[in-house]
Design a protein around this ligand. Structure first.
Ligand SMILES: [Zn+2]
Ligand SMILES: [Zn+2]
Ligand SMILES: [Zn+2]
Length: 266
């Protein structure tokens, strides 16, 4: 019997504002190229009918509809910035569809922040419970140092520098195949470089050309991805400074900018 395949869908490829940016008339924000329209970051990973959602952006509802996400059996959150968590409430629809609670994985510090922001979900009042209000049913599960089995996947979380904060690189393995998700990153630490090395698919933060305190530039990200010799490598968390077509020409076929809806089988 052949091993099940992992399907990865990019739900959003844009930076925290999304592209177009509200009120901006720049060439990228007004571009006719659909790949220049970027929702906030998120991924859906599926294998053997199991759906692993990585991050829930404020665009999550629109993404779930547009890309017809059938199931969310588990959720993994990279960090508690608004562009990665503010769609959390919409997970409740999958509680209904699946008639079960859904585990939420994150590093302990991020889980604490998520529980604070969404107090009404994680600490519902007795009144809300009595009234049977429609509240998401989520089970917090802290990532530790060891890889954790999530459905058919073996998942590893690594804290990575993200300006003054930390984000998480998430590695999802199925058999011998590995995908690495590092959408928010300001510096490629040796541990992250090791995680990226030889991955079958890798996503790394590439915001723009000008330096930014919390994100890698396109050039630095492309250099790190090239050095990692991944089978397929993509830039993500992209802003409105450079059009998709220009980024796609710059770094050769080994490192390309991703776009909303790009899908991979591995
Ligand atoms: Zn972000
Ligand atoms: Zn713009
Ligand atoms: Zn962030």
């Amino acid at each position: 019997m052949s091993a099940p395949r992992m399907k990865v869908t990019v739900l959003g490829s844009g930076t925290s504002t999304g592209v177009p940016i509200i009120g901006c008339r720049c060439p990228v924000c007004t571009s006719a190229d659909p790949r220049d329209a970027r929702l906030r970051c998120g991924f859906h990973v599926e294998a053997a009918g199991f759906g692993l959602q990585i991050d829930v952006s404020p665009d999550f509802r629109a993404q779930a509809l547009r890309f017809a996400i059938p199931r969310v059996d588990a959720l993994a959150v990279t960090h508690c910035h608004a562009d990665h968590v503010l769609g959390l409430d919409d997970i409740r629809r999958f509680n209904t569809l699946q008639d079960s609670p859904i585990p939420v994985y994150a590093r302990p510090a991020e889980l604490r922040r998520i529980r604070r922001i969404f107090g009404y979900i994680f600490h519902p009042s007795a009144g809300a419970r009595r009234a049977h209000l429609y509240i998401a049913r989520l089970e917090p599960r802290p990532f530790g140092r060891e890889p954790v089995r999530i459905g058919p996947f073996l998942v590893r979380a690594l804290a990575i520098p993200h300006g003054p904060a930390k984000a998480t690189a998430i590695e999802v393995a199925l058999g011998a195949r590995r995908a690495v998700f590092a959408s928010d990153c300001s510096h490629v630490s040796p541990a992250l470089a090791a995680m990226l090395r030889g991955a079958d698919l890798a996503f790394l933060d590439g915001l723009r050309d000008r330096p930014h305190a919390a994100h890698l530039t396109l050039e630095r990200s492309a250099a790190a991805l090239r050095a990692a010799r991944c089978r397929r490598a993509r830039l993500i968390h992209i802003g409105h400074d450079v059009p998709h077509a220009e980024i796609a020409r710059r770094y050769g076929p080994a490192v390309l900018p991703t776009f909303d809806g790009e899908a991979f089988e591995l």
